[in-house]
Each structure stands twice: as structure tokens, then as C-alpha cells.
Design a protein around this ligand. Structure first.
Ligand code: 3Y8
Ligand code: NAP
Length: 244
């Protein structure tokens, strides 16, 4: 039976995988959570929205006759990854994760590791400063407890309502981003500190390289724990796995 893939997407790696799947004339569907208004069309049939927990995902896999699941979600999409492990075990369908290694600090980096978003909020419990908050829209509320800072926000979509910060500038931009632009951006707004998830990969790395170039401190949010599962760091690893 020819493969019928389910790709859990939303990352640069998922984009590259979709290209390889289309080139190989394989059948599959790309799945988005629906976090952004206009997710990029990557040339595969796509579906948008939650499945309804691990049980809903298992039902979807059965109903669609999915033969392989590739979890190419972001390393912070821990719930989706946990559901994929549970659902694939229940339906006995093979699962492969396409992930990217975490960034590690290099010479010149001034990182303060925090375990999660709340840890980043606590790290900002300091005298008013100017912070680039590049953690997306979903966790902004948590940072509102420190209203005295100036926040430079980078969001994929323009916010529906008012943002919970009296002193901010919101940039609407979809990555991947580049270092020179991020250096200029940080200079333009006199940024003194950056808050970042340890996303890994290249699409979000420019702000880390810009912080290094400018000697700015980074509050680095470490990744959540993910379940044990087979994983590769490159698209070719997925294609080889599918070939067998
Ligand atoms: C909806 C799909 C591609 C994939 C691009 C990558 C790179 C650019 C960098 C910064 C950090 C952040 C955020 C980010 C990046 C890539 C990749 C990545 C970070 C899209 C996308 C979806 C999302 C969801 C979005 C979250 C938010 C996180 C913004 C599409 C563009 C901060 C993560 O405004 C919102 O509601 C944004 C929500 C989840 C994190 C959050 O918690 O708020 N990603 N990002 C996916 C879905 O619906 O299933 O719209 O086309 C994908 C990408 N975002 O096509 O090349 O691979 O990581 N995305 C982080 O890493 O810190 C921006 O500004 O420097
Ligand atoms: P999450 O917290 O792990 O997932 C929460 C719920 O959202 C899941 O249980 C599932 O709902 C639904 N969901 C998540 N990803 C989905 C997908 N690809 N297709 C269908 N449903 C999905 O996930 P998240 O952190 O909100 O991330 C959501 C999406 O944004 C993912 O595709 C991820 O790759 C992308 N993204 C996230 C980040 C980030 O920083 N979190 C960064 C870049 C891209 P049900 O339980 O109802 O199935």
C-alpha cells in the first residue's frame, strides 16, 4: 500500500519536508493548529485545527488511513508531540519526529537560562529596561506583571485587541528573520535584553546572533520535556525512514 502521510507542521523543517514529499510524489496531508490567520500553503493538502486530543488524533489516523505520522512541530509544541506518541501507539502506526537540536551558548553569548515562560517573567523582575519579547502572541499576558519595561513585540498576526503593555512597539512579521535586520531593529529601539525560546533551527536564530553581536543579555527559555520517540534532524532522515 503506498504511504499516506500525516505531517504535523508549523516549522521551517515541516516546510522542507513538504517540499521533499511533493518532489517524491508521495501522498500526505499537512496539519496546522490554526494559530495564525494565513498559514503558508506548502503544496500539500492541508488541514487546520486541533484533532480533539490524542483520541481525536487516533480517530483521524484511522479514518484517513494514515500509514505514517511525522511530528515536525516546534519543540515547544509539547502537547501535540505527547498526543502523537499516544495516538500512534494506540493505532499502531509508525511515528517519526523531525526536530532540530537546541542552540548552545557560544563565545560572547550572555544567556540566562530559565525553565519556562514564568521563569522568564521572574527574570524581568528588575529596574525598568527595554526588552525584545520574541515569544509570539500566546504568552504575552504573563509578562504584563512588569509594565514598567518598554517591550518590542514581534507577532505573526496583528493583535485583535489592545496589548497588555503601556509602553510597547508591536512588529507584525513572519519569520524566518535575518541577523542584520535584527541588529538594526535592536539598535533602532535601544533594546537592552532579549527574551527567547530555545527553538533551535535557523528561522528564529537571528535574534540570538544579533544579541551576541551587540553584547546583549538573552533570557533563554529552555525547552519543555518531550516524550521518548524516534527522531531525526534532517529531511533526508525522514525520506530514508519512509523508503523502508
Ligand atoms: C502556525 C505557520 C516556515 C515556518 C516558519 C521555525 C521558524 C519562522 C521563528 C521571533 C521568534 C515564535 C513563533 C516563530 C518562528 C518559524 C516558522 C517560526 C517564533 C509559523 C506558523 C505558525 C506559527 C505559530 C507561532 C506561535 C508562536 C511561534 C511566532 C504559518 C509562522 C515566537 C516561536 O502570533 C501567534 O499566534 C504565534 C504563535 C505558536 C509561539 C507562541 O507561543 O506564540 N509560532 N508560526 C502553526 C500552526 O498553526 O500550526 O503561519 O505559516 C511558523 C514559524 N514560526 O514556513 O518556514 O521553524 O521555528 N514562531 C519561537 O520559536 O520562539 C518567532 O520573532 O524571533
Ligand atoms: P501545543 O501546545 O503542543 O498544542 C496544543 C494543542 O494544539 C494540541 O493538543 C492540538 O490540539 C493543537 N495542535 C498543535 N499543533 C497542531 C498541529 N500541527 N495540527 C493540529 N493541531 C495542533 O502546540 P503550540 O505550542 O500551541 O503550537 C501550535 C502550532 O504552532 C504547532 O503546529 C507548532 O509547530 C507551531 N509553532 C509553535 C511554536 C511555539 O513556540 N509553540 C513555534 C513555531 C511554530 P488537539 O489536542 O485538539 O489535537
Amino acid at each position: 500500500m503506498s504511504p499516506n502521510l500525516l505531517i504535523l507542521g508549523g516549522t521551517t523543517e515541516a516546510r522542507a519536508l513538504c517540499q521533499a514529499v511533493v518532489d517524491a510524489r508521495l501522498h500526505g496531508v499537512l496539519s496546522y493548529a490554526g494559530r495564525t490567520r494565513n498559514p503558508v500553503d506548502l503544496g500539500l493538502p492541508q488541514r487546520v485545527g486541533g484533532f480533539g486530543g490524542a483520541a481525536g488524533l487516533a480517530d483521524y489516523i484511522r479514518a484517513q488511513g494514515i500509514t505514517h505520522v511525522i511530528d515536525a512541530t516546534h519543540p515547544f509544541a509539547a502537547q501535540m508531540s505527547k498526543n502523537a506518541v499516544i495516538a500512534c501507539a494506540e493505532v499502531d502506526v509508525p511515528l517519526m519526529a523531525l526536530t532540530r537540536a537546541p542552540w548552545t551558548a557560544e563565545a560572547g553569548d550572555r544567556w540566562q537560562h530559565v525553565p519556562d515562560i514564568d521563569g522568564a517573567v521572574r527574570a524581568l523582575d528588575q529596574a525598568p529596561t527595554r526588552v525584545m519579547l520574541a515569544v509570539g502572541r500566546m504568552h504575552l499576558e504573563a509578562f504584563a506583571v512588569n509594565p514598567a519595561h518598554f517591550y518590542l513585540l514581534r507577532l505573526v498576526d496583528s493583535p485583535e485587541g489592545p496589548l497588555p503593555f503601556p509602553n510597547h512597539h508591536a512588529l507584525i512579521a513572519r519569520g524566518p528573520f535575518n541577523v542584520d535586520d535584527d541588529i538594526a531593529l535592536m539598535r533602532r529601539h535601544d533594546i537592552r535584553a532579549i527574551v527567547s525560546k530555545n527553538a533551535g533551527g535557523n528561522g528564529a536564530k537571528s535574534k540570538i546572533l544579533a544579541a551576541r553581536a551587540l553584547g546583549l543579555p538573552v533570557i533563554m527559555i529552555d525547552r519543555p520535556d518531550l516524550p521518548q520517540r524516534a527522531q531525526v534532524h534532517h529531511v533526508q532522515g525522514v525520506m530514508d525512514w519512509l523508503a523502508h
